[in-house]
Structures are given as structure tokens and as C-alpha cells.
Design a protein around this ligand. Structure first.
Ligand SMILES: Cc1cc2nc3c(=O)[nH]c(=O)nc-3n(C[C@H](O)[C@H](O)[C@H](O)COP(=O)(O)O)c2cc1C
Length: 206
């Protein structure tokens, strides 16, 4: 099977990509509009790209909204609009116990609705940025916008991590204990995975 991406629709390519890059970590992004409405949404086009400086990247698509004349119009998702306006956001890690609420927060709520309220999550004050973190999350990374790369129907957002909150319950021997953190990953379609089979493989010494 060979797929020539130039022959396929973007939706078909999207469905294949979801199976090509697996499992994907989930950035549960809290942000805030200029009028201080809180926002929370998950993004699995996400990873860390550098430790010096500490840089994470997100792929945020657009959404279709009806304008005042009832015409469909393509606009940035609320998360992206907030990041452009405020240049700040927080990435919260999704543990298995928060999976349902993460999924609920992905609903297309109106911009004036806070997903914190809609999903019953608690905003906790951040240290170096204005948007709050999710109090229930065991790890949260406060970020400042480093660079935005505009694509025709999407955006790549690079964020510099300026502060990391780690629950003592998942901190063992000077590092994060993944077994305690219980992060979930996204697979293709509506499938997710848990981290419940871990093996060690030391790097070769050559
Ligand atoms: C697990 C999961 C991962 C998602 N990953 C992405 C993603 O990487 N990029 C994207 O644009 N939307 C992604 N979505 C969809 C957004 O979460 C959804 O469009 C959400 O309504 C955006 O909210 P906002 O308008 O408040 O920013 C994902 C949804 C789920 C459930």
C-alpha cells in the first residue's frame, strides 16, 4: 500500500496520519481571552522539541463558524486566538483519571463558555503566566509563545516552558515517576492508550 499525499483529500491524509504517529501525548491547553474567559482544550499534535531552551510545539487547526450573515467562515480555534492575543498558555498532562473530562473539554463550546466550568475542573493560579493551570492535573507546564508558524489551514505554535508544576505524589528519586503519573496517549480514531507496560533499554556504549 502506498499513499501519494498529493492525490488525497486533507481529511483522508489526516485519518492516515493519526495511525502513523502513535501514540501521541496530549497537551491539555489552558488559555485565557483578553476579557479573561478561561479556555481548556486537548491537542495531540504535540511534543517537546528542545530542552535548551525548553520548547514544546502544538499543531492547532482552524474551525468553521457561522458569521452574522449565517455564512460558514473559517476562524482560529479559541485556544489559538487566545495564544495570539495573550502569548501565554499552560500545558496540563492528562492522567487516566482525567480522561473523561479531557474528552468533554474538546466539545465545540462558544468562545464565551469556560470549559473549566463546563467540565467541573478547578483553575489553579499559575506562577509566571496569567492563564490558570488545571488543579487536578499532576503535571502542568507554563508557557510563553516563542513563535507561530502559519500554515494554510493550521498553525504550529512553539511555546517556551517557563515554569513546571509537579505533584509530589508523582515525584520520585529526582524525576517524574510515569507509573504514578498514568498519562494517556492518543491513537487513531477515538482510541487511546495507557502506559501500563514499561521496559528499560539502556543506550549502547560505543
Ligand atoms: C484527544 C484529542 C486531541 C485533539 N488534538 C487536536 C490537535 O492536535 N489539533 C487540533 O486542532 N484539534 C485537536 N483536537 C480537537 C480540539 O480539542 C477541539 O477542536 C476543541 O474544541 C478546540 O477548542 P477551542 O476552540 O476551545 O480551542 C483534539 C481533540 C481531542 C479529544
Amino acid at each position: 500500500m502506498i499513499i501519494d499525499c498529493t492525490d488525497e483529500t486533507s481529511h483522508d491524509i489526516y485519518k492516515v496520519l493519526l495511525g502513523c504517529v502513535v501514540p501521541r501525548p496530549i497537551a491539555w491547553v489552558s488559555s485565557q481571552s483578553l476579557n479573561e474567559t478561561l479556555n481548556l482544550a486537548p491537542f495531540s499534535f504535540f511534543n517537546v522539541f528542545s530542552a535548551e531552551p525548553p520548547i514544546v510545539g502544538l499543531g492547532i487547526g482552524m474551525k468553521t463558524r457561522k458569521d452574522s450573515a449565517g455564512q460558514p467562515t473559517v476562524v482560529p480555534k479559541d485556544t489559538l486566538a487566545n495564544i495570539i492575543d495573550t502569548e501565554q498558555f499552560v500545558i496540563n498532562v492528562v492522567s487516566f483519571d482525567l480522561a473523561d473530562r479531557m474528552n468533554s473539554s474538546s466539545g465545540e463550546y462558544e468562545p464565551g463558555v469556560s470549559e473549566f466550568e463546563a467540565t467541573g475542573l478547578t483553575p489553579a493560579q499559575s506562577t509566571k503566566v496569567k492563564p490558570p493551570r488545571v488543579a487536578e492535573a499532576k503535571v502542568s507546564m507554563e508557557c510563553k509563545l516563542f513563535q507561530r508558524i502559519e500554515l494554510p489551514r493550521s498553525n504550529i505554535v512553539l511555546g517556551e516552558i517557563v515554569c513546571i508544576h509537579i505533584d509530589d505524589a508523582v515525584w520520585h528519586d529526582d524525576s517524574i515517576d510515569v507509573r504514578s503519573l498514568q498519562p494517556i496517549g492518543r491513537l487513531s480514531g477515538s482510541a487511546y492508550c495507557k502506559v501500563d507496560s514499561i521496559f528499560d533499554m539502556p543506550r549502547p556504549r560505543v
